[in-house]
Design a protein around this ligand. Structure first.
Ligand code: NAP
Length: 295
């Protein structure tokens, strides 16, 4: 299969590219940077989609970048790096003489309203209560191609755990130094997925012709994981104590109240349709997922 991946040079994209190539697929990235096997977003708009069988979009400015102050310019970048890139790929698919068979977009579980008790499946309502939920709604809306023969799949991902990026890369040093611990109360749900499973779900969506619509990208045990439980499990995987709490006020001071909510609140999300479509998780349980990552 020839696969075009927007934002495929990042944390998830690098792992996905490795997995796709190991399965014999060819990968071309759409990127802001020049390089081998890459085209630019301008080239995509100018010349259209290269001949391919499938398209994935992973492009997006890093929301939790602690070096970026929360403000209008950053919000606009968060939105446009997701919605505009998705719209560009959807337009290119719609205009392609030979349309690809599959089109997969990775968004987030921020679609569902944080709650300590509610459990959400792919059919649950959401998408219209705060900045992030509305972002996911417009991001997913930008992917729609009415009347297209191309099969569309959206993977709503939880916190992606893996080596060399994402939240683990920010936590590893303090936890190794014994300075880790629960964030805020530690009671908030922590929807997580191992990076191999997120990439596995994207591959499953690309390869299995019957899969379409929304799939939740979270581990099946994640509805039972709290943020404090995650901190204890990471400490245990590293053989370090994880007792020092990171107070809510400090998270708000560093990230601003909107982004702090992503760490101080969470959703219990079930991968109901993901399992129903036949995806088998490699890392359904947190301790084994973390041992694999920090080993
Ligand atoms: N990591 C997680 O825990 C997580 C959880 C849920 C959802 N997601 C979503 O999954 C996608 C990929 O996540 P990731 O962790 O792999 O992200 P990442 O490593 O931060 O970056 C993904 C790629 O997006 C492109 N990009 C960054 N800023 C951009 C901008 N302003 N305009 C256009 N492209 C830009 C970059 O590609 P080039 O430099 O090649 O242009 C980058 O390599 C994102 O949309 C993210 O929101 C991630």
């Amino acid at each position: 299969m020839r696969v075009v991946v927007g934002g495929g040079t990042g944390f998830i994209g690098t792992a996905l590219t490795r997995l796709l190539r190991s399965r014999g697929h060819q990968v071309t990235h759409v990127s802001r940077r020049e390089g081998e096997d890459r085209i630019s977003w301008a080239e995509l708009s100018r010349s259209g989609l290269p001949l391919c069988d499938a398209v994935v979009n992973l492009a997006g400015e890093n929301v939790l970048n602690p070096f970026r102050r929360w403000g209008d310019a950053f919000c606009q970048e968060i939105i446009s790096s997701r919605v505009e890139t998705t719209r560009s790929l959807a337009k290119a698919i719609a205009a392609a003489e030979q349309p690809p068979r599959a089109w997969v977009l990775v968004t987030g579980v921020g679609y569902y309203r944080p709650s300590p008790t509610a459990e959400y499946t792919e059919d649950s309502p959401g998408g219209d209560f705060d900045f992030f939920s509305r972002l996911v709604s417009s991001w997913e809306a930008a992917a729609l191609i009415p009347g297209s023969p191309t099969r569309g799949v959206v993977v709503r991902s939880g916190v992606v755990l893996g080596r060399g990026g994402g939240v683990i890369s920010q936590l590893l040093l303090p936890f190794r130094l014994g300075l880790g611990g629960p964030v805020g109360s530690g009671l908030q749900p922590f929807p997580w997925i191992h990076i191999q499973d997120l990439c596995g779900i994207v591959c499953h969506a690309l390869e299995k012709e019957s899969v379409r619509g929304v799939l939740n990208g979270v581990s099946p045990s994640s509805p039972g994981t709290s943020s404090g439980g995650f901190a204890r499990a990471l400490g245990a995987a590293l053989g370090r104590p994880a007792l020092l709490p990171l107070p809510a006020w400090a998270v708000r001071a560093v990230l601003g109240p909107q982004r702090a909510g992503m760490l101080l609140e969470g959703q219990r999300v079930l991968p109901q349709r993901t399992l129903d479509t036949g995806y088998q998780f490699i890392f359904p349980e947190l301790p084994a997922a973390l041992r694999d990552i920090v080993a």
